[in-house]
Design a protein. Sequence first.
Length: 75
Amino acid sequence: MLVKNAIPAFGMPLRNADYYTMVDEVITALRPHSTLRSIAARLNEQQFETPSGLIWNRERVSQYIRHRGIKSTTN
């Protein structure tokens, strides 16, 4: 099993801290200039699953961003 898809012990978050860090970095890097659909496609290309083990789509990316409090930054 890949580290980015490793599931921690019962009662813990759905994924380990490394998973959330990597997904957050991908989203943060792409968010200022990409659509939610293109972010979902990139996460799927990189073989990330959602925390619950599903494939990414626009709605799931939006929910993840909202839940994690990822801010959109523009330079």
